[in-house]
Design a protein around this ligand. Structure first.
Ligand SMILES: [Zn+2]
Length: 158
């Protein structure tokens, strides 16, 4: 920020009309520039005194100290807003990260679980179960027919 830009914002700063970015740049400049700082002090004393006269209030004793307080207050507010901004951004990033981790794990594990049991056990178990169940009566039936054939043969001989 140049001195001309800073000086054009002095009145707005005193009347609390700057947004946070303008305020931050303005304060940075005023902290490092003696000339603009003096300009700000003069304007601050002048405008505040006029306002106090206008509202029939007592005039302040120490405009310089009041301005210091005002600047400190503005700086605290900037830090507070910035901190909140980054904290909210951090929370948002954490939510997005944990959601994407959850969904990538979800897609990674779910197909595996579906494939394994089918491949390994259930199908084979069921076929062996079916074999046992139908082989036994089939064998018995065959044996019965064999015996029947045998009896028939014996009967024919007799
Ligand atoms: Zn300057």
């Amino acid at each position: 920020m140049t001195c001309i830009e800073a000086q054009s914002l002095i009145t707005a700063f005193i009347n609390d009309e700057l947004n946070i970015n303008e305020q931050e740049e303005f304060l940075e400049h005023v902290e490092s520039c003696e000339e603009c700082r003096e300009e700000l002090e003069v304007y601050y004393a002048l405008l505040t005194a006029m306002k106090q006269l206008d509202e029939d209030k007592h005039l302040s004793n120490d405009y310089s100290q009041e301005l210091k307080d005002k600047i400190e207050h503005a700086q605290e507010r900037i830090i507070h807003l910035r901190y909140n901004y980054y904290r909210k951004k951090g929370v948002l990033i954490m939510i997005i990260l944990s959601m994407s981790i959850f969904f990538s794990l979800y897609h990674y594990f779910i197909p595996k679980e579906e494939v394994n049991p089918v491949k390994e056990s259930r199908f084979q178990l069921r076929t062996s179960f079916m074999e046992n169940r139908f082989d036994k009566p089939t064998n018995e039936l065959n044996r019965y027919f064999e015996e029947l054939e045998g009896n028939k043969a014996i009967g024919e001989i007799e």
